[in-house]
Structures are given as structure tokens and as C-alpha cells.
Write a protein that binds this ligand. Sequence first.
Ligand code: HBI
Length: 354
Amino acid sequence: MLRLLFLSTPVGPLGSGLGGGVELTLYNLAEEMQRRGHEVVVVAPSHSLLSGINLVKITGNLQIPAQTQTRDVPISLPENGVLANMWEYAHTVQTQYDLIVNFAFDWLPFYLTRFFSTPIAHFISMGSMSLALDHIMNQVAETHPGTIGVYTRSQAETFAFADTCEILSSAVDLSLYQFCAQPDNCLAWVGRIAPEKALEDGVAAAVATGIPLKIWGKIQDEDYWQSILSNYPGASLEYCGFLSTEALGASLGRCRALLMTPRWIEAFGNVAIEAMACGVPVISYARGGPTEIIRQGETGFLVPPDQVSGLVTAIESLDQIDRCNCRLQAEREYSLEALGDRFESWFDKIIKKD
Ligand code: HBI
């Protein structure tokens, strides 16, 4: 039985959707570790919501999302930053835990690693973002080998320390997603509504095929969202809000396919396995995580990056896909049990080395 302290992302409260896929990963992992009999405590910004898991809420100002910065910007910390406050708390309680698991994609936790006595496992949830972050992550990869975990190989390869990364993939709680064999005539786009996710390409593809598009996700960049609406005035779009996992799992399945249009190297693309769990094929740009998830022509289509015409061709080929294969792949590769096995063996390796 391990005593685990999870430190969440500082960009938003858990449950707000501002933390994107890493919120889902943290929650699913906490649930699964607790189910296996480990003790889990999660440290997260105030206003975080987390049912059934011990939660320590920390006040302070949210951290600037790394993907809004350019590669050469210096590290910045707001006054009374929640990230610093979370790690000050972790430092005071560290001896009560066997392992600290960091979910923040930030400079500070990596810098502080050398001053902690309790071992720290760093789960990083994006590809390379900045020179300063790459540098400090590289240092930890050298001084604490094997303590950096990622979702996918293509994400790892954006870093110089790719070979020392533990590849952990991701998972969904399959019981929350209903399989749907007969969808309505609509397409889905799910994700944080922000430039790096290129929703505009999904809208353009849906407009080209004349199929209505349902959009789920947190509007992280309001101006960006408004620009899409004004650029496609006649489009048949329905904004369905940012839903709980249960609510999304009950409605995503009614779509013919999920469109994924990442402009950046998508580290994983949790929405892909959420869709597959509902029997929904995934059509994605061949960039990052989705290239390691989608089985071409069997559970979806990978198309040349940034080519809307490729998305359209794939949408027109959807009848080739047997939706049962999508659910089957999710059950085989992305269950919580499989995730628990991967993380448990990683944690054991780190604790043994310490
Ligand atoms: N930016 N500074 C910072 N810290 C994070 O933890 C972070 C982020 N941007 C996005 C993000 N986390 C998550 O939404 C993705 O890693 C999934």
C-alpha cells in the first residue's frame, strides 16, 4: 500500500476544464489507485471539485497556461501564486508520503525536486513548450533518471530526454461511456476551445460535408471562439457546453465521428478514447498522440495535418468503419485497470531506486 500525494495543474481548479486532459488523467488515476488500496491525497487550487478523493485546496493566483507563451519567454510566477503555495504545502507534509506525483507542466516543481527528500514522479501532459522548461526537465531527467512520465512516444520525442521517459498512455472509466450503434447525422468536436486545437478546421470540414457539428468543451479563448462564429455565419454548429464526464459519455455516442484537428503535437488526445468508448470513430490530423491511438480504416482515419480536404474525404468514408471495433479497442487498451498497472509499476521502480 503506497501513500501517494498528487499535485495538480495550477492553471485552473480541478473540474473547471481549464486543465484539459490532465484533469481527467489525474482523477482517473486517483480513483484507480484508491481502488487498489493505496492512500491518495490530491493538492489542487481552491474551488477544485473531486468526488470521493481526499482533496487539499490551496489558495493563490492561477499560473499562466504554458501554451500561451512563446518558446523563449522567461519563467513567470504571479504574486501569491497557487503553484508555489501548493509546493510549499507539499514540502511541509512530504515525510507522510511514499511518493509525490507532479501533474503540473511547470518549471517550479522540477526545480524543487532536488530539495525534496520524498521521491517525485513527474507526469508531463504536453510536448516541449519552452527552452526554460526543456532545460529544467532535462536536468531532472539526468539527476533523477526514470522519474519523468508521458502519455505517448511522439510526445516524448519532442524532448531531448525521450529515451528516459516512461510511456504511460491514458485511460477512461469505460463504465461512464455508453456505446451507440446507430448515431444521428452529426459530427463531434471536443476539447478546450483555443487556437492550438484549431476548431476552425473542424468547422470548415463539417460545413464542406453539410453535416451538423456538435461542439463540447471549455471556451478558453472567447475572442477565438467569436472569430470562428463570425467566419462561418451559416454553419450548422451547436455549442453543447463543457459537460461532466458522465454527461459527455451519454451524448457523444450519438455522433457519426469525432473530428480532432490539433495544430500542436497533441500529447495524447483523451477525447479520442472517450469517443471510441462510445463507439465513435475518430478522424484526426496525423500529429502527436492520435497517430498512436487510431487504427487507420478500422477505428478511424489519420489525415495529413492541416488539410481540411483530408478530413472531408475521411468523413465521406465513415461507412467503412464498424463502430464495435472502436469500443473494443477502448476496452482492450484504455481501461482504468490497464492504466493502474502501468502507473503502479512506474511508481514501484521510482520508489525502489530511491
Ligand atoms: N500550463 N503552466 C501550465 N501548467 C500546466 O500544468 C498546464 C498548462 N497548460 C495546459 C495544461 N497544463 C493541461 O491542460 C494540458 O497539459 C493537458
